[in-house]
Ligand binder design. Sequence first.
Ligand code: FBP
Length: 553
Amino acid sequence: MKITPLQEARLKYEPKLPGMLRHGIKEIGVKEGEATESVADQEKIKELFPNTYGKKEITFEKGENTSASKKQVVGVILSGGQAPGGHNVICGLYDALKATDRNNVLYGFKGGPSGLLEDDYVEFDDEFIDAYRNTGGFDIIGSGRTKLETQEQFAVAAEVCRKHGITAIVIIGGDDSNTNAAVLAEYFAAHNTGVQVIGCPKTIDGDLKNEDIECSFGFDTATKTYSELIGNIERDANSAKKYWHFIKVMGRSASHVALECALETQPNICLISEEVSAKKMSLSQIADFIADSVANRAAKGMNFGVAIIPEGVVEFVPEFSSLIKEINELLAGEKAEQFNVLPSWKEKYAFIEKGLSKEAMEVFAILPESIQQQLFLERDPHGNVQVSLIESEKLFSALVKAKLDERKKNGTYKGKFSALHHFFGYEGRCAFPSNFDADYCYSLGYNAFMLIQYGYNGYLSKISNLSKPADQWVAGGMPITKMMNIERRHGEDKPVIRKALVELDGKPFRYFEANRDTWAVETCYTYPGAIQYYGPSEVCDLTTRTLALEKGL
Ligand code: FBP
């Protein structure tokens, strides 16, 4: 296969490990900390995880490796959406496993968790692994979104492990996948299978973080990739001076990605879903907020701008969520058929008008027709509206245009408004991992093997002190149950890892809030440029602004 010069150079890059993991494997000792408690609902979580609850936090340090020596056969799974650096988790895991004993074996289950259930796997060797070092993507074994959550699935997984003599499973995934890793770990312990489960925190969305996990991998590279593109667009906007760019960025629900991109590029507008929800903002209020920026800039002769829209924002607008609920009700069961056979949009609209409440209809009526149709025509297999498909960047630019037209009529606005639309999501999920993600991921994988070797089960691989140079990073593990609480999911109380939304009293948001009024009116764009892989450390090893601000830098 032909590879490019950058690919070739990246294959040779040597990821940096935390200082304490740089000694030979025989010199990695372990220090156990305090026993842990879950972040909430302690009694319930303890009852659900009798074998894995309350375990101790652990840290690795230079010292004698006191782990029992036994042959390790490890299976690894990539779960959920792609995130840059996933390959390096596997490379780090493989290197630590082989450095411990050449006879150890690493299997990769293909296509996500379903690979484990279907016993579909590859066995890694040096040549295989070497072709994927420091590369983006999950194509080494593929990923999938099958959830490992039922007792039947766990029994199948246990049988596959027994068949291959597997001693541990590493699950690389987000909050849901790691929640399921904890449940699987408990099952394996309760059934004396002898199989350990270790999780690794992955997702570009950045919503798997807490007092122990400073960030999920992939967030760094993805946000740097989007920020490069947004910066380029800002420069174009400031050159051409004729377009407002509405840019939707990925992040299923939390707005960490949007906020980080805003901190990197200082656009005129960035919506933060968590704020929209806290302030119970309506679509009309949001549109006015953006229109004010357009008008204020136009008054200064600047008929251009950049607005960042987080992917999940519409679900955080209370009146929009109510509308979605009513639409789902309106088309439940047989009613969907009655709706579908109506021959024209006019008749369908009449059906909708009759079925929705007055409040819901008011919201529906202000949506552009293309979005109205999207809500009714593109539905998931359960018949529900696919909110993630809504082109919110187009929705908001249309609402802003309507506001400006009104203002033109009453003489309060005289500027021009010409909008262009973009969606940045898949562009960032498989980028070459930044040095930060390459190092962090390799360390997570290497560290996961140390947790396995020391016999830990139901732990998340934890690398911390990430805002410092890698030699000062701290390696260890945290029981996944510590991060759990009980939440209502699909009508049932479930133990889950708490999803981290943007904290409105957190330092990243506070910084943004303190500056955004100026950014809304002036042109304060910053241009991060492309990720740099080679050169001075202050250019190549930069962490995200979010992490820096959270750490008080
Ligand atoms: P994970 O939570 O699995 O990491 O995936 C996150 C994400 O990239 C979201 O940002 C996005 O909304 C979603 O996946 C897209 O999913 P799909 O890959 O199925 O289109």
